[in-house]
Design a protein around this ligand. Structure first.
Ligand SMILES: [Zn+2]
Length: 384
């Protein structure tokens, strides 16, 4: 006996009664077949419904060789009539996302002629189109999709006969000639799809394309619809509100104000780096008569330390050693010299200063997990 697909006739039905035809142990759970079901088995990119059959929790539903099998955590009695319930909120969210995707794909197909060549529905919907959409194209598609929601047009599903199907123009055209389920969004889209959809575009709610990028010669977009779009916008507005308060900017001008601050920050960083280098140079110049005295300065990168060491070695003899960091968190360093072979120095630094790193006789660099006092002691004993 073939299970009657209640979800095909009424996508909003969540509570129903059904007779248990089979219940078999299947690994850690139970495989249940009913005479009728509103549980949608995974298919068409939409995940399986969850819910309960009697007291058994349904965690997965699959179509196996034409049989709809419900996988549940406990058994139900064969022949008994059970009260069943599909997780309504989860299903409705998925229908909103799936119908939203059909609408967007239909609009893209109608205007630009591009096909939907990749579709994934998880926490959001990802769609790959066969051609490139510009920023303006995406904005236009999103506006038209939301307009279709306001018009609240009907969404219907039917199985046309072979003759009708042959002459029908629809997306995802299949080789099959029978049992092809056609989902139509009046005036916008016609597509082969086995999944349940909302009954009219108004039920989809807000449609938001949250990302778009070039992908394999076409365009990949991410869409949120309905409740998921609303929840996402709540998080985004909360973020924007906090940022705008911090920036003392109007919410809709936050990006512009941020851009100004970002540029200012980059300029200040460059100025700070220049000032730091100048301080280190002055420290270095004041040491021109003292050989082997290391120079310490906070927050310098290894390339900056290296540049300072090489510069210093042009005029100073001995080890021109530059360290950045602190006791406890350790130091990074660069040492340059024209008069001391540094190959020997780095070997001793490894054993006496917990140093890692290497280089040549003229330049060494690395890190040392030690203290400033130990570093000063070490270099005071370096011989030429
Ligand atoms: Zn579909």
């Amino acid at each position: 006996m073939i299970t009657e697909k209640l979800y095909d006739m009424d996508s909003h039905l969540s509570d129903f009664e059904a007779t248990v035809l089979k219940c078999e142990r299947n690994g850690g759970n139970y495989a249940i077949v009913l005479d009728r079901t509103a549980f949608f088995p995974e298919g068409g990119g939409q995940r399986a419904d969850t819910g309960v059959i009697g007291r058994a929790a349904v965690t997965d539903v699959q179509l196996n060789c034409g049989e709809i099998v419900h996988y549940a955590d406990s058994p139900v009695e064969i022949g008994s009539v059970c009260l069943c319930s599909v997780d309504r909120e989860l299903r409705f969210r998925r229908m909103q996302n799936h119908s939203g995707e059909h609408l967007v794909s239909g609009i893209v197909h109608n205007i630009y002629g591009f096909d939907n060549v990749g579709f994934h529905m998880g926490d959001d919907v990802t769609v790959d189109f066969s051609g490139e959409l510009t920023d303006e194209d995406v904005a236009k598609v999103e506006r038209l999709a939301n307009e279709a929601v306001y018009k609240n047009v009907k969404i219907t599903a039917e199985y046309p006969d072979e003759e009708t199907l042959k002459n029908l123009d629809y997306r995802s055209k299949l080789e099959l000639t029978e049992n092809v389920r056609i989902v139509t969004i009046e005036g916008y889209d016609r597509c082969a799809c086995c999944a349940p959809h909302v009954s009219c575009t108004g039920e989809i709610g807000f449609i938001k394309i949250i990302e778009h990028s070039r992908h394999r010669g076409g365009t990949r977009i991410r869409i949120l619809s309905g409740l998921d779009a609303y929840n996402d916008s709540v998080i985004k507005y909360d973020n924007l509100r906090k940022i705008a308060v911090r920036l003392c900017a109007k919410q809709n001008e936050a990006a512009q104000v941020f851009e100004g601050l970002f540029n200012e920050n980059s300029r200040l960083r460059q100025e700070l780096a220049r000032a730091k280098k100048e301080i280190v140079r002055l420290k270095n110049d004041s040491l021109s008569g003292d050989k082997n005295v290391p120079v310490f300065e906070n927050e310098l990168s290894v390339p900056e330390l290296r540049e300072l060491a090489l510069d210093s070695a042009k005029t100073r003899e001995g080890c021109c050693a530059f360290f950045s960091g602190g006791d406890g968190r350790g130091y990074t360093f660069a040492v340059a010299s024209r008069t001391v072979p540094l190959g020997e120095v780095i070997k001793r630094m490894r054993s006496e200063l917990n140093a890692r790193g290497g280089g040549s006789d003229e330049l060494i660099q690395g890190s040392a997990n030690t203290t400033e006092a130990a570093i000063r002691d070490f270099f005071s004993e370096v011989k030429e």
